[in-house]
Write a protein that binds this ligand. Sequence first.
Ligand code: SAH
Ligand code: SF4
Length: 355
Amino acid sequence: MKPSLMDFTQKELMGMIKPAFRVKQIFGWLYHQYAQNFDDMKNIPKSMKEELSQKFVVNPLTIVNKEESTDGTIKYLLQMQDGKTMEAVWLKMKETQLDSNGEVIQEAKYTICVSTQVGCKVGCTFCLTAKGGFTRDLTAGEIVAQVVTLKRDNNHKHNRKINIVYMGMGEPLDNLDNVAQAIKIFKEEEGLAIGGKRQTVSTSGLSTKIDKLGEMDLGVHIAISLHAVDDELRSELIPMNKAHNINSIIEAVKRFPIDTRKRVMFEYLVIKGKNDDLGSAKKLVKLLADIKAKVNLIYFNPYPGTDYDRPSRADMVAFQEYLIKHGLLCTIRDSKGIDISAACGQLKEKTEQEI
Ligand code: SAH
Ligand code: SF4
């Protein structure tokens, strides 16, 4: 596998490619024009492109499957240079609003959900990605290229704002070096210019790595996949909890540098008969008492072969109301793209069965 130009910051590329103004032009081709290959780079001399193509690829990803939901969610299956595949999702968060003259007063807002690994080592019992085991880490360029590829495919101009959530396949903090490099490349002013505030790293709770990410001071948000309020159930759902228990996660979150106006998001996957009772809600309120937190309740999304069930809407709402009544901000994640194999890993699984 050749490295991609998207593996590097602008400064790093300037250390490898001369003169510097060419690197600036190339950066524009990568992140403003979404070039797919060297042929696309019109103002770069042919000899230079030939030389560069010996060492680098431009976009290391190709789209192999795409499923579009009626709510605007588009799920992509992307293939890498070694033939391995992973998913990225284009999520529509808000509709475009027009005034009476048909002028845009608010543009549609989008979020891109990126993968960080092929498979995952954490092995959560409810997660389809975990079923296939772990294959490999994604490179920084493969993470960056997911955003470039999806923006390009949706004709989303480089200067239109976008949010990134590291919530696709894999555990981002288990591939921290490449994830941190991707965060820096996204932030590049002359690239996509996506600030830390617009990037949220979701983790199943590798507490020591939460500290490491905090020390890097990249200005990103974190989301903690908590899912349970006692270690017994959490260790059943997330085997790694034995090494990184709930208490160690809560302590790491308290040390994490966040904008004091912001809240740390806790994701709570609700599974029928496991963690959907008000006793759990009560413990959750206690657990998060000293943290500026918000809770996002997620319906468990069933797939063939799973032992778990989706909770009822009534239990979900009762859980939410309890949290709100006791002072926690709480939302229920609407199951975006529920009609298109929504939960992580499900499109990959489906496509591989069809092939
Ligand atoms: N590894 C990281 C990020 C990727 S998983 C983490 O665990 O946080 C992203 C989210 O998908 C997690 O919150 C996870 O709980 C959720 N998820 C996994 N399987 C699911 C399923 N079957 N139904 C609904 N959400 C699921
Ligand atoms: Fe890995 Fe996250 Fe799936 Fe757990 S939920 S197996 S950490 S991807």
